[in-house]
Design a protein around this ligand. Structure first.
Ligand code: HEC
Length: 113
């Protein structure tokens, strides 16, 4: 019984923490990114619905921390983006002070989209 209680508490803690990350990321998105992005419609930046299918967490982190470098590296995910936006240089701007846990939460949220 003691073991079962422990197991349930563990599962609960893991579930809650995973949920909290996505929620925190969502909040951050609507604070920092919604001026240029939405889900289901294009704003100044591309519609981000389906982003987890077009990109992966590793690429998103690269894009959000080093946009110019990612643009220059021209990997297949970036090529796909370029083919849709037809810009010579990136217009995307990651607001400053987005790193560590905040960045991870944001990416976690984007990967649910
Ligand atoms: C000033 C407007 C602006 C802001 C603010 C901005 N972006 Fe962008 N974003 C863009 C534009 C424009 C593009 C298209 C590529 C380009 O021109 O840079 C883009 C591209 C992207 C892409 C690639 C989209 C795709 O369809 O492949 C992702 C992902 C992204 N932005 C995420 C974010 C996140 C997350 C934030 C908030 C931290 C954010 N952006 C803030 C303008 C913005």
């Amino acid at each position: 019984m003691k073991q079962l209680t422990f197991l349930l508490a563990f599962i609960f803690a893991v579930t809650v923490s995973a949920f909290a990350d996505v929620k925190a990321g969502e909040k951050l998105f609507f604070k920092k990114c919604k001026g240029c992005h939405a889900f289901g419609k294009k704003k100044m930046g591309p519609d981000l619905s389906g982003i987890s299918q077009r990109a992966n967490a590793e690429w998103l982190k690269k894009w959000l921390t080093d946009t110019k470098g990612t643009w220059a590296a021209d990997d297949p995910i970036t090529q796909n983006l370029k083919s849709r936006v037809k810009e010579k240089r990136p217009k995307h701007k990651t607001p400053r002070k987005l790193s560590g846990e905040k960045m991870d939460n944001l990416i976690e949220f984007l990967m649910t989209k």
